[in-house]
Design a protein around this ligand. Structure first.
Ligand code: ADP
Ligand code: 2DT
Length: 212
């Protein structure tokens, strides 16, 4: 590849870990230093599939557990051409949740293996960096009440937190654990450093495929 590509940077972590706050700050900081960057989030609730997912999360619509898992994955695949195009154009992407949320949340339900949960996302653009915002349920609780959406209960979130631990053992991922209990500014500084390093490191590398 003769021209530079952008980096795919994903933020993951349990509810209220600070993902949205940090995605916005990271995009601002990277833009300020002159790097082309855009923010995305999954689920993307604006598409037809996303609207179904949103209705499910808001408990306005029931879906069978396997079916909704596949819809979350389909919501990533429908944006895959756009993601790839942006990265190839040299735009870095900061993404609030990705396939790791898909696996952690569905595998927290009874009867779902990690392997089954990972399968539909095999081959998606592989993140060059995953920033996992680590926060204990106790500190998360201090950041406010749970909302009314599906999955927003402390028992379920505890299981999700356990499921996330699987990924830090995967040597093929650039999985960085960030202490999300620190101040917003301290977390930001750490995230920015990792992100700038990833952007430099991958600019002449091809985009890899997730879990392949
Ligand atoms: P998430 O997207 O992971 O659910 P948010 O970014 O929406 O988390 O943050 C959840 C709440 O916690 C918000 O009220 C936010 O202002 C607050 N918050 C985020 N990061 C921190 C931090 N490092 N310390 C204290 N409060 C934080
Ligand atoms: P927020 O929009 O507040 O982040 O909540 N989820 C997300 C899944 O179950 N599977 C997925 O693939 C993704 C991306 C996490 C979205 C909720 O949807 C869950 C919380």
């Amino acid at each position: 590849m003769s021209h530079r590509r952008g980096a795919l940077i994903v933020l993951e972590g349990v509810d209220r870990a600070g993902k949205t706050t940090q995605c916005k700050k990271l995009v601002q900081a990277l833009r300020k230093s002159g790097r082309p960057v855009e923010m995305l989030r999954f689920p993307d609730r604006t598409t037809k599939i996303g609207q179904l997912i949103s209705a499910y999360l808001e408990k306005n619509y029931n879906l069978e557990d396997h079916a909704v898992h596949l819809l979350f994955s389909a919501n990533r695949w429908e944006l895959e051409p756009l993601l790839r195009q942006k990265l190839e154009q040299g735009v870095s992407l900061v993404v609030d949740r990705y396939a790791f949320s898909g696996v952690a949340f569905t595998s927290a339900k009874p009867g779902f293996s990690l392997e089954w949960c990972m399968n539909p996302d095999v081959g998606l653009p592989k993140p060059d960096l995953v920033l996992y915002l680590q926060l204990s349920p106790e500190v998360a609780a201090q950041r406010g009440e749970f909302g009314a959406e599906r999955y927003e209960t402390s028992d379920f979130q505890r299981t999700v937190l356990q499921r996330y631990q699987h990924f830090k053992k995967d040597p093929s991922l650039n999985w960085q654990v960030i202490d999300a209990a620190k101040s917003i500014e301290d977390v930001h500084t750490e995230i920015k450093t990792h992100s700038e390093m990833a952007i430099e490191a991958v600019q002449y590398q091809p985009i890899a495929e997730l879990w392949k």
